[in-house]
Design a protein around this ligand. Structure first.
Ligand code: ADP
Length: 509
């Protein structure tokens, strides 16, 4: 048994609605076409009967003579009674006819027979007023009248003048039954009415079938989409190869899943990286505390264990702070405080701050800064320059050199930090802006291990200001980091998360 819920589901389905739509359109079209055809048929049948009556009228003028007999006028029929064609024609005329004088008196023929046929009598004699109207008008008068039994007749009436002087007008009407025409039209109508339900049923079946054909691929797409979940985002909906709208939908859908997959993978990678980063210091703290607990005996040994643990705890809190900043940036909570800043001054300040650490590291730090103003967040740009300078220092051996330059370019301002350090192998260059990415072995000579978040934060700051950052490097010779910033930053009021490269500036946190 079909339950109400099922019925509601069916009636809400696209297939049902399409079918009803098809059937409705089909029926309306049929009714419309039927109506037009009936109208056309009626008009052409009407035309035919009028033509026939016009011809009969022309014949009548040849056979009917109205002559004066002493004081009265008589209607006389002149035709060859031996001629079957003529006899038939005149009899046909006399089937529905009436001849009266201007006052409405029916004329009689030579033998006293009144010139009105039985059928005409049942259609009703014409009143003097009607007769006067016809006689006054020069045009033939057309009228549909029904007999007492309801049979319709088309009547054509007009003037016939007396035969002698041709001056006295007489009223003559002839007619033809419309019953046959009516019958043809009725038959047409009924046939059409009988066809409509059958056509609607056929239309429904056809609509149901066509809708199913059109919708099956949609359902298949939906089923395929249903099979895709967080754990198997690598699945794709197969294209049907028809190149139609559905294939376009499938392609769009697949692209969406691909984007989802890559964000899922990034998230997964991120969680793995974070846990990995957190695990190392935690394991170290745990080891140091265990050693202290079980083997330390002097205060110095305890002190050393606690110092080591504190260093690791500091690293942990650096990571946590960086992650917090990162999540704020990603959720758009970190709004840029933009002001008009002289970038040359800003960069010079940061370079000054780095002079002493650079001297200690025995690396030469020089700058060549061209005046340039831009709408930027001072703190973030300082953080960006610091990250680049601290990296350059970290990866440049003693006696090396780091050059900072700022110059105007057609797109805005270009900040370049160039070092004579270890360089970055080409295979690693595309990844250095990724979160937690460190070039393996690059830190062997560095004083301390970085978190791999500094450059991703640099990339994020550049992008948030509507700019870009790129790196060029020749391993063993040095690296160049080029930041391009537009002079007038985009109008975005809040900081947009910068895709995968969003990260926190760690080097100075
Ligand atoms: P980290 O905190 O480890 O420096 P970054 O995101 O700042 O993290 O840098 C990512 C990696 O890119 C570094 O681990 C290093 O391998 C490489 N790198 C960055 N700057 C330089 C540079 N100036 N010279 C050579 N390698 C660099």
């Amino acid at each position: 048994m079909l339950r109400l819920r099922d019925l509601r589901r069916i009636t809400r389905s696209l297939r049902y609605r399409l079918t009803v739509g098809y059937a409705l359109a089909f029926s309306l079209m049929l009714i419309g076409v039927g109506g037009v055809l009936r109208q056309k048929n009626a008009a052409s049948l009407d035309e035919q009967i009028r033509d026939a009556l016009d011809q009969e009228w022309a014949g009548l003028l040849g056979y009917l003579r109205i002559e004066k007999d002493k004081t009265t006028y008589k209607a006389l029929w002149f035709y060859d009674r031996d001629q079957p064609d003529e006899s038939f024609f005149v009899q046909r005329l006399q089937h529905v006819y009436e001849v009266t004088d201007a006052e409405g008196h029916i004329l009689s023929d030579g033998s006293g027979v009144l010139q009105i046929s039985e059928i005409y009598e049942s259609l009703g004699r014409d009143t003097p007023a009607q007769i006067a109207a016809v006689l006054n008008s020069k045009q033939p008068h057309w009228e549909v009248r029904k007999t007492a039994k309801g049979v319709p007749y088309l009547i054509r009436s007009s003037v016939v003048y007396d035969a002698e002087e041709g001056r006295k007008p007489f009223f003559v009407a002839i007619g033809r039954s419309l019953a046959d025409n009516q019958h043809i039209l009725d038959q047409f109508t009924w046939t059409w009415i009988a066809i409509i339900p059958a056509s609607i049923v056929t239309g429904c079946l056809l609509g149901w079938f066509l809708a199913a054909r059109a919708l099956t691929p949609v359902l298949e797409v939906a089923q395929a989409a249903n099979r895709i979940s967080g754990s198997n985002l690598s699945l794709r909906i197969p294209s049907r190869g028809a190149g139609d709208e559905l294939d376009y939908l499938i392609a769009t859908f697949n692209r969406m899943i691909q984007r989802l997959e890559s964000s899922f993978n990034q998230m997964r990678q991120f969680s793995t990286d974070v846990s990995h980063e957190l695990r190392t210091p935690i394991t170290a703290i745990r080891g140091q505390l265990e050693v202290a607990l079980f083997t330390a005996s002097t205060a110095d040994q305890y002190r050393e264990a606690m110092l080591n643990s504190l260093q690791d705890i500091e690293r942990l809190s650096q990571i946590v702070r960086a992650l917090l900043l990162l999540s704020q940036a990603e959720s758009g909570q970190l709004a840029l405080q933009k002001t008009r800043v002289n970038l040359a001054e800003l960069v010079a300040d940061v370079v000054d701050q780095f002079q002493i650490p650079y001297e200690e590291a025995r690396v030469r730090l020089t700058s060549d800064l061209q005046e340039g103003f831009a709408e930027v967040d001072r703190i973030q740009i300082e953080r960006m320059v610091s990250n680049l300078l601290s990296n350059a220092m970290k990866f440049t051996p003693p006696e090396g050199e780091v050059r900072v330059s700022l110059q105007s370019v057609p797109e805005g301002l270009e900040l370049v930090v160039q070092d004579t350090g270890s360089g970055i192998p080409a295979a690693h260059l595309p990844h250095i802006f990724d979160r937690f990415y460190r070039v393996p072995g690059s830190e062997s000579s560095a004083p301390e291990r970085g978190l791999g978040l500094g450059l991703s934060f640099v990339a994020w700051i550049a992008k948030a200001h509507g700019g870009t950052v790129r790196a060029e490097s020749v391993p063993g010779t040095g690296s160049r980091f080029i930041v391009s910033l537009p002079v007038l930053s985009p109008s975005a009021p809040a900081l947009e998360p910068a895709d995968a490269t969003v990260s926190s500036g760690m080097n100075e946190l």
